[in-house]
Design a protein around this ligand. Structure first.
Ligand code: FE2
Length: 310
């Protein structure tokens, strides 16, 4: 595959995937699912909005749940290094004829809303309020022990277009999946923070959110999440796994759907990739399951279902 050229020194510095805003129908039910069962920390609940963070996160929120009659994905959030990165970033979107405007968002400092060329609703800020990290407050650790947001995956019918736009913004490809023995891109895994992914694009009608992913400390927590789900009456929402990605990322994982169908991945490890000679790693679609891989193939729901743009 001929990838677009690397942009090693973009005029703005996007640092990482940092937060997500989802619309949910019943905040009380979501709170049971995310806090009591999964183990997220509730930073605040106000104005029909629940602000959640992982146990190691010092930010006010990495997952914002807004009450909404129709569930959907409202924003995918990214951090930039400083406020000074936001103006050139806005100009970058405008240069491509894409919407970009500054907005007020509670608990965040200067915030840019923008839409990428495949219709993903994005949000950028350099900083938000902080809260104590609860890494060592073991009395708060339970469920899957979600530690931090790591990445999100988006469905789009035009993977090459998304790839070109994000690479121009300084993202690098860690891994990619092609239709077997062709250069036809099925998935691209893009990162800014020097581990395999911040944002992943998969070919399927979009824009739709496929999943958001949080780290868990140990593989034990992936199994414990399933036990907790069953105990809370959410057992049928465990969609796929626990298993291992015999392909991009290599991590052990479990996918669960929340009460509104939003897909959450918990996984236990990722590797570092930052050296200039770290070339994108290629996989064929059929490499990721089969005789050298344990466990069943992905269920149809995981291939096809996602959260609509809201
Ligand atoms: Fe993932």
């Amino acid at each position: 595959v001929n990838f677009p050229p690397l942009t090693l020194n973009p005029v703005f510095n996007i640092t990482r995937a940092s937060h997500v805003v989802l619309g949910v129908r019943d905040l009380a039910k979501s709170k049971i699912f995310y806090c009591d069962m999964m183990g997220f920390v509730a930073t605040a609940e106000e104005n029909e909005t629940l602000y959640l963070r992982g146990l190691e996160e010092g930010c006010h929120h990495s997952l914002t749940l807004r009450r909404s009659d129709e569930p959907g994905c409202m924003r995918l959030g990214m951090r930039v290094q400083t406020d000074a990165d936001l103006e050139p970033l806005k100009a970058h979107f405008e240069k491509h004829g894409l919407p970009a405007e500054f907005v007020e968002v509670a608990h965040q400092k200067r915030t840019l809303h923008a839409t990428d060329p495949v219709g993903t609703l994005l949000e950028f800020c350099a900083s938000m309020e902080t809260r104590p990290r609860l890494i060592l407050k073991m009395k708060h650790h339970h469920g899957a022990c979600p530690m931090r947001l790591d990445h999100y995956q988006v469905f789009t019918s035009d993977v090459p277009r998304a790839l070109a736009f994000y690479m121009e913004m300084g993202f690098r490809v860690s891994e990619y999946i092609v239709r077997d023995n062709t250069d036809d891109l099925f998935m691209v895994f893009l990162h800014r923070k020097w581990n395999p992914h911040d944002i992943v694009f998969t070919e399927s009608p979009g824009p739709r959110l496929h999943h958001i992913a949080f780290t868990s400390p140990e593989s034990y927590h992936l199994f414990h999440l399933c036990d907790m789900a069953a105990s809370f009456g959410f057992g049928d929402l465990v969609e796929y796994g626990p298993g291992r990605h015999f392909g991009p990322g290599y991590a052990q994982f479990v996918y669960i759907r929340d009460p509104d169908g939003h897909r959450i991945e918990c996984f236990n490890n990722h590797y570092q990739t930052m050296d200039i000679e770290d070339e994108p790693v290629r996989f064929n679609m059929s490499d990721t399951y089969g005789p050298n891989v344990w466990g069943p193939d992905r269920p149809e729901t995981r291939r096809k279902e996602g959260s609509p743009r809201k």
